[in-house]
Design a protein around this ligand. Structure first.
Ligand SMILES: [Zn+2]
Length: 284
């Protein structure tokens, strides 16, 4: 159980500066556990050093409330059913429900296994990989004019020219501004021919992150890493195929600085899950 604001209370008790370190050691993270980074990022058998995190002043929720109003990839709405098993209103003494959810709707993680039969499943992603520096790449200007806009290599180069090289083991998130649409059909944005139209990563940008930078995950505020019109999903194939993971349908990226936030991804620990609804926070 966690009452509203408990992270603030815990952070206050521990002292902001030490909160992350205390939380990480408290979770008994094994530095020898396998990483979702590919073997090419390792030096011999040695794991790369974990990213270090600075203190924070504010916590942002990057998670949409997941409900049956959420627009599903299919263009319909997500399945979110809470079956009442017992109810205080009915005099049972307890409120208990059983959930039936779409795995890949709402703010959710795509595990490598989603596209890659040899990849890790959601519950297998090491916890040390779920806390990362966060880089936010703002493509709102072009996404406003073009629903098929892509985050390109040039966008990454422009970010690096302004903010320095992307941090090692970071999450690179695309801010397109489409998070305001998640409960509208315009989120998936089908045209008359059944083609989807929304922003995503260009494969050249994803390849650069895989080959030239040690980036651990990607995030989007749209329904897919690949932009809407794709038919072969090259970004999903390359990214998840390389053992990386990512988060789709992020909220509130516009509240964050381009650099300096820390992403905390509460990925579901459900045996066999290929991804799933995640509580995603940013510490700034
Ligand atoms: Zn997904």
């Amino acid at each position: 159980m966690c009452v509203s604001g408990c992270m603030d209370i815990v952070a206050g008790n521990l002292g902001r500066r030490n909160f992350m370190a205390a939380g990480l050691s408290g979770a008994a993270i094994s530095l020898s556990s396998c990483s979702s980074l590919g073997t090419s990022e390792r030096v011999g058998n040695k794991e790369p050093e974990p990213a270090s995190f600075s203190s924070f002043r504010e916590i942002f929720d990057l998670t949409h409330t997941y409900s049956s109003r959420f627009t599903h990839w299919s263009g319909g709405t997500a399945k979110v059913e809470l079956e009442k098993l017992s109810s205080t209103a009915a005099g049972d003494g307890w409120n208990v429900t059983r959930w039936t959810l779409d795995e890949h709707a709402g703010t959710h993680i795509d595990s490598p296994f989603h596209r890659n039969p040899a990849g890790l499943k959601a519950a297998e992603i090491p916890v040390r990989d779920l806390v990362q520096p966060l880089a936010v790449i703002d493509i709102r200007q072009k996404a406003e004019k073009n629903p098929d806009a892509e985050l390109t290599l040039e966008d990454l180069q422009a970010w690096e020219a302004a903010h320095g090289s992307l941090p090692e083991r970071c999450c690179v998130a695309m801010l397109s501004g489409w998070d305001s649409r998640v409960e509208k059909p315009g989120f998936i944005n089908f045209d008359d021919k059944g083609v989807r139209h929304f922003p995503g990563f260009h494969i050249e940008a994803a390849s650069f992150l895989l080959e030239e930078r040690k980036v651990l995950s990607m995030g989007v505020d749209t329904a897919s890493f690949d932009h809407g019109p794709t038919t072969d999903f090259p970004v999903h194939t390359a990214w998840l195929g390389a053992g990386r993971w990512g988060i789709e349908n992020l909220a509130n990226l516009a509240s964050l600085p381009p650099k300096g936030a820390t992403l905390v991804c509460g990925a579901p620990k459900i045996e066999g899950a290929t991804g799933g609804h995640s509580r995603v926070l940013a510490l700034v």
